[in-house]
Ligand binder design. Structure first.
Ligand code: SF4
Length: 220
């Protein structure tokens, strides 16, 4: 694994110049970001938006109201996000955990490791989901690792791609320093690149990182 700040920043700046600031996370407030982080597991954000719209329309985008919603009704509201029965259970686990802690605002004073470990104790909240929440809902300097990140950085030759999640996260955090605004924007930029260009079958010819990326020469 070879992660160097200058190279990481060069990629970031080129992405930012192309996509512009993305102002993530696309959610209205801390609670909605947390809900969105669960709903976005294994699905496109456009599907999550429909589920969120449905939750808002039913007036349950709030901890107590959502907890009071019957499981079948909640599952039906989030159906557009896919795997809706599984996600309903995961969401409920998160809601129950939040309630037990005294609500999402009670976590504001928690140190980052405690916050992260607490979220990871919730059945159905994995490391990517927990870090989405820690970074975007609580403004903590944690770099989110997803499949797009692994693919991009392995195509640059910086990582093998199958490193342990936390090994990769800590490596990137050590290289970049603990910068919430940078981590926030960098992950968003990677998602945009991964959706439209650096796909399983990459679109290198049109890619904003063409010129920086060695992949088209060595692997594309
Ligand atoms: S040039 Fe190709 S491999 Fe490199 S980042 Fe762009 S799409 Fe991915």
């Amino acid at each position: 694994m070879r992660l160097e700040r200058d190279a990481l920043i060069a990629v970031f700046e080129q992405l930012l110049a192309h996509f512009g600031p993305l102002h993530w996370w696309p959610g209205d407030g801390r609670f909605e970001i947390m809900v969105g982080a669960v709903l976005t597991q294994n699905t496109a954000w456009t599907n999550v938006e429909k589920a969120i719209a449905s939750l808002r329309a039913a007036d349950v985008m709030e901890l107590a109201a959502m907890r009071a919603t019957a499981p079948d009704a909640l599952a039906e509201m989030i159906r557009p996000a896919g795997y809706f029965n599984v996600k309903q259970r995961r969401l409920r686990n998160l809601l129950d955990w939040l309630h037990a802690q005294g609500g999402h605002d009670a976590l504001l004073d928690w140190p980052t490791p405690r916050l992260r470990d607490g979220l990871l104790s919730v059945n159905g909240v994995g490391r990517e989901t927990a870090d989405d929440i820690v970074l975007y809902a609580y403004d903590r300097p944690v770099f989110v690792i997803d499949a797009y990140t692994r693919r991009l950085f392995s195509r640059f030759g910086w990582i093998g791609g199958d490193e342990d999640y936390d090994q990769l996260r800590l490596g990137i955090e050590a290289a970049l320093g603990h910068d919430v605004a940078l981590f926030n924007e960098y992950h968003a930029q990677i998602v945009y690149l991964g959706k439209d260009y650096c796909r399983t079958r990459p679109r290198c010819g049109a890619c904003p990182l063409a010129g920086l990326c060695p992949f088209p020469d060595i692997g594309g």
